[in-house]
Design a protein around this ligand. Structure first.
Ligand SMILES: C[S@@+](CC[C@H](N)C(=O)[O-])C[C@H]1O[C@@H](n2cnc3c(N)ncnc32)[C@H](O)[C@@H]1O
Length: 416
């Protein structure tokens, strides 16, 4: 394979340090699930909850790395007996080997592996895709717009894409450190020496340094040498604001339909002044999300779904045939953990988020089984006795939905 020199730097890095590091033996004990590209999210945000998994489905994992999204989605499609094909594409054959070993450990046979550049997709003749994952890749390309356009060129007209890009404000402190390391440990040095120099610099940073003052940049601690290299020594790396993401998608003929987790992109999450919260919350999606990221200041990454479909692709709870599905959670355990009057609490990278749940929350949650629709939840509640008025039930369900969906615990699907 021949690749242009700027991509050659990327390839060399990921041949030496496949990212993230993964041990295929761990497939025996756990499935790594995440976002984007969880099948429940794809269905909810890109297919309005109406994706028919009895029909053939094609997914592309572009820059699949060591395989987290590829393995998760391929496994979820097998579990649902979907006649699907997942195509894995990456520049790095070392990364591909890790993903292949993980697929083998699980007995997954629905993945086709390709070593190559996503920039070559328009000429690859590998068909079109209902869904494309591109996580942590485009921000490393010399021309991310060309990358997004290459992805869009193989997307089905009604298909969608799930992307993760670095967030500018939350990475405060990273780029000055990268600049210093370009001086101290230029790319001409051996990888091990560059990593050693980065560790040395971090150890001796002054207390005023922006990187040292940003406690949420913990990849260098948790990600080992590959994580440290990815964070501080990358050959090509940029970060995005929400408006820049809107433009990147728009330049490829796509439209952003959701940011995840939704609660992080709502100004009211961070603003207790009701006048400001109300004004900011009435903005359209992209402006609202841009306001929220400026207000929060801690978004290190942006996960978003985009489509070129000209209609609403997001499932909505207003249709009472919608089936709420809790993701990777036991409804009974969740319901039992909710103390009456106590708020739901989440730590949003240092921001303490609290949401007061409606009184019916524990009863409704314990009935969510991924099969009952909203209307059927109401009937099941009645069978327990003490049935509230429909209007009261629905108002409480909607309130619960907004909060649990906000932290990505609750999604919707429809019978197909
Ligand atoms: C930071 S890793 C992310 C891996 C994976 N998507 C994940 O989130 O776990 C970036 C990956 O993109 C791959 N990559 C970078 N540029 C690429 C390109 N032009 N075409 C295909 N893969 C590329 C790298 O080889 C590397 O495996």
């Amino acid at each position: 394979m021949t690749v242009p020199s700027s991509l050659e730097n990327l390839r060399v890095q990921y041949e030496a340090l496949p990212y993230p590091p993964r041990d295929p033996r761990e497939e025996q004990v756990r499935l790594i699930t995440g976002t984007p590209s969880h099948i429940l999210e794809i269905n909810h945000y890109l297919f309005a909850g109406r994706l028919n998994l009895n029909r053939p489905f094609r997914a592309l994992i572009a820059g699949g790395g060591t395989g987290d999204a590829c393995i998760m989605l391929a496994q979820q499609l097998v579990d649902r007996r979907c006649p699907a094909e997942v195509v894995y594409l990456d520049l790095s054959s070392a990364s591909r080997k890790v993903c292949e070993a993980r697929a083998k450990a699980r007995g997954l046979r629905n993945i086709n592996f390709i070593t190559g550049s996503l920039l070559d997709l328009p000429a690859m003749n590998i068909g079109t895709f209902d869904y494309i994952d591109c996580t942590g890749v485009l921000h490393h390309l010399p021309d991310p717009t060309a990358g997004m356009q290459a992805l869009a060129s193989v997307l089905e007209p009604e298909g969608g894409i799930g992307v993760m890009l670095y967030g500018q404000y939350g990475r405060t402190g990273v780029y000055p450190l990268q600049e210093m390391l370009r001086t101290l440990a230029p790319p001409s040095m051996a990888i091990e020496d560059r990593i050693a120099m980065a560790k040395r610099l971090i150890r001796f940073l002054p207390t005023t340094n922006l990187f040292r003052r940003n406690p949420y940049l913990n990849d260098h601690v948790t990600g080992g040498d590959a994580g440290l290299y990815d964070l501080l020594l990358h050959s090509c790396d940029r970060a995005y604001t929400v408006p820049e993401i809107g433009k990147l998608a728009g330049d490829a003929g796509l439209r952003v339909v959701a940011f995840l987790e939704p609660v992080r992109y709502e100004p009211s999450t961070y603003m207790s002044d009701p006048v400001i919260a109300r004004q900011a919350s009435s903005l359209p999606l992209l402006e609202r999300a841009a306001f929220a990221e400026r207000l929060a200041g801690n978004l290190r990454t942006h996960v978003f779904y985009a489509t070129r479909a000209g209609y609403d692709t997001v499932a909505r709870p207003e249709d009472t045939q919608a089936i709420p599905v809790l993701r990777e959670m036991d409804p009974h355990k969740l319901a039992a953990g909710l103390q009456p009057g106590q708020p739901l609490i989440a730590n949003l990278d240092g921001f303490p988020w609290r949401a007061q749940l409606p009184p019916l929350a524990p009863r409704i949650i314990s009935l969510i089984d991924g099969r009952r629709s909203v209307a059927e939840l109401y009937t099941a509640l009645g069978a327990q006795g003490g049935l509230p008025q429909w209007e009261d039930f629905y108002a409480q369900f909607e309130d619960l939905y907004v909060k649990l969906n906000g932290v990505n615990h609750l999604l919707l699907r429809f019978r197909t």
